[in-house]
Design a protein around this ligand. Sequence first.
Ligand SMILES: NC(=O)C1=CN([C@@H]2O[C@H](COP(=O)(O)OP(=O)(O)OC[C@H]3O[C@@H](n4cnc5c(N)ncnc54)[C@H](O)[C@@H]3O)[C@@H](O)[C@H]2O)C=CC1
Ligand SMILES: O=C(O)CCC(=O)C(=O)O
Length: 451
Amino acid sequence: MAITDHVDLPTFMEGVRKRNPGQPEFCQAVQEVSEDIFDFIEDKEAYHSQQILRRIAEPDRIISFRVCWEDDAGNIRVQRGWRVQNNNAIGPYKGGIRFHPSVTESVLKFLAFEQTFKNALTGLPMGGGKGGANFNPKGKSDREVMRFCQSFMTELYRHVGADVDVPAGDIGVGAREIGYMFGQYKRITNQFTGVLTGKGLEYGGSLIRPEATGYGATYFLQNMLATRGRDLTGLNAVISGSGNVATHAAEKVTQLGGKVLTLSDSAGFIHDPDGIDLEKIDWVKHHKTHTRGRISDYVAQYPRASFTAGKTPWGVPCDVALPCATQNELLGDDARALVANGCFAVSEGANMPTDLAGVHVFKDARILFAPGKAANAGGVAVSGLEMSQNSERRSWKEAELQQLLLDIMAGIHESCLRYGRVSDDYVDYVKGANIAGFKKVADAMLAYGVV
Ligand SMILES: NC(=O)C1=CN([C@@H]2O[C@H](COP(=O)(O)OP(=O)(O)OC[C@H]3O[C@@H](n4cnc5c(N)ncnc54)[C@H](O)[C@@H]3O)[C@@H](O)[C@H]2O)C=CC1
Ligand SMILES: O=C(O)CCC(=O)C(=O)O
């Protein structure tokens, strides 16, 4: 037996931490997955001898580059960009691009690692990747954002391609940024290919891609509720974030009969006791994507609401919660507060919004808890469908795409039941998602031998 075979979880994690110093988010994501995978592979010799988990937790490659751009005042600004290509065992690397000052290699490595399992869960042929830059689009003019995106793509273009690596949006990267990056790719390469998803409908984008992540997270919640004979009618929902995922989750929860009480941004949260209805959600969408204002401005528009600065919304009593902002925004104490206030279902729209302590609180309380890699997979799934449409040079109809999204989310829910059922009355969705995603990637890797 090789010395690295059959190490226990603490020893494995010690190695991960040693090889990835100063990368807490990445180590956290690996730990969360490994807690389940160690049990699953206990009696599966090939996964041990071929070091599959260790190989998935070591990105295929990390590309890092300087991004220089000129601001409106003529100053030269220097940022760092990355693309983490984690694993392409089951398809081209696929995953979003994040522009936010908090972006580090650790954050992008955790996101690319998570993306590998998430993409496998969709059933579509996509590997896992993620990219971004420590650039803050907030407060920048359109021209500044354009120059940054063009400079970013001028480096990235040589590492991506429709059959190689297909980036998309994430925090700070929406339709505007994708447009600027696609335009630059096309200009440099003289090729019109499906190198990015989340494109505008005029140039190869897919219907329902903007809605898909938030809608998908709500469909997953609906699937979980159905296992307990419930639906969203009359339920109070607490949602964090106010960007793409949060506003579309709020929209779908409302359409399905729930009442959304909160939204947030990095400055604090708003609580509207009357409910954030579809008209108010449209106002938030416009305010965030066009005015590019803060969520606190909601209170001037809808004075019965209150704004709490510097806090997250998890203390507001609710039946269901959808964290849709960012990683580690819901900690152990927040999870305890949610459970104590009667929350019985959580569907993660964001990536790893709940920290490990919070995950353990939800699992111990045996509430319905869907991890991001399962619940928010609707976005990348419709990105996969955008890739198919681009390859066919066709655009599919909305009804067909809506049905495919529903089917894919139901399929992911089924996979979680299959691998996560602990007893007649409890499904560990974290375990189900981790094992189902791992198995698909791992089996492909076994087929390739040592590469
Ligand atoms: N856009 C997509 O299709 C997908 C996004 N996700 C994840 O969903 C989450 C949200 O992404 P998007 O809505 O696309 O981004 P976005 O840029 O449209 O919105 C991000 C929201 O999070 C808030 N936010 C950022 N940092 C925060 C902090 N430290 N504390 C509180 N709020 C904060 C922002 O104010 C904003 O409201 C991220 O975790 C992302 O990785 C996951 C799957 C797909
Ligand atoms: O649509 C995509 O490729 C990216 C989606 C994404 O970044 C995510 O699922 O976290």
